[in-house]
Design a protein around this ligand. Structure first.
Ligand SMILES: [Fe+2]
Length: 701
């Protein structure tokens, strides 16, 4: 053989090489394989493997497509190949848990070069979206097994106490049912679900009505199961014999006679994706769902429900994120009713019907063109509120409603549609608050999306807050609303009992308490963008953010709130996601008197998971005997606290008269003043900082 090669002329040798090259190139083409080809259900994982990627680059990426024939730019997500440890070898793998979008997936790998970076195509984080000019390889399609039943199950109360609404999504409109019963092995009762869907041209703006954002949303099924006994656990499945039945779930039915109420409340949670996409998604939402699931499971057979006060999925016109959201919440929403109110990210679009001049910069494009359609059809809340979209899109629903749950009357309102006197919503709120039977429900909790009070530096919504204070606060105060819960600001903040920015008496000194509403901002469940707290008015550019006296507790930690109420007392606790523990809580008597000032006091230790007299994982209801004992103790405690607060109050007045600074953030000052080890190069800067931050200058009055 060697002799034969030696005898070849150079031209023949080159010819042979040229002939061999395509064969050699073909044998080393990039490959992309997936295992398995069929997944059973949402959340199952596919292993995506590639090999033979020559000269691997940091910009090589994997596109995730559903449906599989989507054009290259219409991916639902992407991951860079360098997230695989072995990527530099030209081979690697990525595991992805996938959501069933009722159509197959496919995967493609692309080469993207620096010269092709297009700074006009950016994601929400202002990163350029990857280019699709050079396809390296494409996988076979991946599907989901047929016959496993619908997914995205979520419950809701109806206007009838003995009912429970069950909603879910399926791939076609063929009849589906809810079958249920008190025993898991005997689900003999059946309810037919009605079905609805919406189309691409129901969407009002981009990206919802574009090929990038739009995907087939499937068919939304809505079944109501009736004649439920009070406070009983029911097992149920959704589906049909011909198309298959889903997972068996269970819930505990409502009981309005109960002298106990348990709810988990938060706003602005969103969803998380295992890939990058056009929007920044909310990774923290995973922890929020995890801790609430822990609490629900700890309750045993006690009923509860969830309240999500707007900005639910943050899909904002990217339809597949709604699937992602409902799959993510199913572990909790299939066990307890999941109640919502509308937020800007479900609704706002340039032609929305109610957009007064003062609100033109407030009501922007935050809905991503959805104009409330997915929100209105994918949820079905009590009541019959609706506003026309003034397009051919279905009317916007789930705007305002109320229900009793145990000892609490819950009211949900819309800050995205008119709440002015004369509007149907205003009339509803007024009539509803005036007709509450406080003997039956001594507590009233109102929830809406945009807050009436916040100390966040959220200037954009200032006019909205003015209008809410003008039109809604008088109703809240007059009707002695116990709690007003809000989202939109992605922080937790609890205020004193408020009326027109003024704290009412909390009764700490034994004086008569003023039962003003306690406003709490609870938009900390997942979305992470937020203006920082408001700076001082006279030093807007100096980073100091004093906490006004009316703001009793504020924190930036992600989490949710837990409401536990008996006839005598309502407790609202702020649970942080980093540890699942309580970081603030407030206790309010039926009279409106505030029993404690929350904070990280010792009392919160008694409500940590796994403890508590009810065995439900946290403190649920005190016995009357212990309540009387605690009442006596609290009287003594109130007297002591009154003395202490009186002393503090007098001290503050003296300080005020002396016109001296009380620095709000002493920790920051200590830090700034403690950096004496800085090098000479920043000495002047440090001295300047020191003069500004450490020398106390008299305040103007
Ligand atoms: Fe919002």
């Amino acid at each position: 053989m060697n002799q034969q090669i030696t005898r070849m002329s150079p031209s023949v040798f080159v010819l042979i090489l040229l002939c061999l090259m395509p064969i050699q190139s073909s044998s080393s083409s990039p490959t992309l394989t997936i295992t398995p080809r069929i997944l059973k259900k949402s959340g199952d994982t596919v292993l995506i493997e590639w090999s033979n990627v020559s000269s691997p680059s940091n910009l090589d990426w994997l596109g995730i497509y559903s449906p599989p024939d989507s054009s290259h730019d219409c991916f639902i997500g992407y991951k860079f190949l360098n997230t695989s440890p072995s990527w530099a070898s030209g081979s690697g793998s990525i595991s992805l848990p996938l959501t069933n979008h009722r159509s197959n997936y496919s995967f493609r790998i692309f080469r993207w070069t620096l010269s092709e970076v297009d700074l006009t195509r950016l994601d929400e984080d202002h990163n350029p979206l990857p280019g699709t000019a050079h396809l390296l390889s494409q996988s076979e399609p991946l599907g989901f097994a047929a016959g496993r039943g619908p997914e995205q199950v979520h419950l809701a109360f109806t206007d009838v106490e003995s009912e429970m609404r069950v909603m879910f999504v399926a791939e076609d409109a063929e009849e589906r049912y809810v079958r249920y019963g008190e025993e898991e092995e005997k689900m003999d009762e059946v309810a037919l679900a009605r079905v609805e869907r919406y189309e691409r041209d129901d969407m009002c703006d981009a990206p919802a009505n574009t090929s990038v954002g739009w995907r087939d949303p499937g068919w939304v099924f809505d079944g109501v199961i009736k004649c439920l006994k009070k406070g009983v656990r029911y097992y149920y499945q959704v589906g049909s014999d011909s198309k298959g039945w889903g997972t068996t779930h269970s819930f505990v039915s409502r009981n309005e006679d109960s002298d106990e109420t348990i709810a988990f409340l938060f706003g602005d949670m969103g969803t998380a994706t295992p890939y990058s996409t056009f929007l920044r998604t909310q990774d923290e939402s995973i922890s929020t769902v995890k801790w609430i699931l822990r609490d629900i499971e700890a309750l045993g057979d006690k009923p509860a429900f969830i309240s999500h006060v707007g900005d639910t999925s943050y899909a904002r016109g990217y339809e597949w994120l709604w699937d992602q959201f409902f799959v993510q919440i199913e572990p909790v929403a299939s066990k307890v009713a999941y109640h919502v109110c509308i937020g800007n990210h479900e609704y706002n679009w340039p032609l929305q019907p109610w957009r007064p001049d003062w609100a033109k910069t407030i009501y922007g494009t935050d809905g991503g063109g959805e104009c409330g359609v997915p929100y209105s059809l994918k949820f079905h809340m009590p009541g019959n509120s609706s506003e026309p979209t003034r397009t051919h899109a279905p009317a916007t629903r789930n705007l305002y409603y109320s229900f009793n749950n145990g000892v609490v009357h819950f009211v949900y309102i819309s800050t995205e549609t008119s709440f002015f006197p004369g509007s149907s919503q205003y009339n509803f709120i007024k009539n509803d608050l005036e007709s509450v039977d406080r003997n039956k429900t001594p507590f009233v909790v109102v929830q809406g999306h945009r807050p009436m009070y916040t100390t966040s530096n959220d200037k954009k919504n200032a006019r909205m807050r003015e209008k809410m204070l003008e039109h809604l606060e008088p109703l809240f105060v007059k009707n002695q609303v116990t709690l007003a819960l809000w989202g939109h600001v992605h922080r937790y903040e609890r205020f004193c009992p408020l009326n027109n920015f003024t704290c009412g008496s909390m009764g700490f000194n034994g004086e008569k308490s003023e039962a003003f509403p306690i406003h709490v901002v609870i938009g900390m469940a997942g979305e992470d963008w937020q203006p920082i707290w408001a700076p001082r008015a006279n030093h807007p550019n100096v980073p100091r953010f004093p906490q006004p006296q009316r703001s009793m507790y504020r924190g930036g930690e992600f989490g949710y709130t837990r409401l536990v109420a008996t006839k005598e007392k309502l407790i609202l606790s702020y649970v942080g996601n980093h540890d699942g523990e309580v970081h603030d809580r407030v206790e309010i008597l039926a009279s409106g008197q505030v029993l404690n000032n929350g904070g990280a006091g010792g009392s919160i230790c008694s409500v940590t998971a796994g403890s508590g007299p009810s065995g439900a994982g946290f403190e649920v209801a005190d016995s009357k005997f212990s309540w009387y004992v605690k009442g006596a103790s609290l009287l003594i405690l109130s007297a002591v606290m009154g003395y202490v607060l009186g002393y503090i109050s007098r001290s503050r007045k003296v300080n005020s008269l002396r016109k001296t600074w009380t620095l709000a953030n002493t920790e920051a000052v200590d830090t700034a003043c403690g950096v004496l080890g800085l090098g000479d190069s920043v000495l002047l800067q440090f001295l300047h900082s020191f003069v500004l931050k450490c020398i106390r200058i008299p305040l103007p009055p």
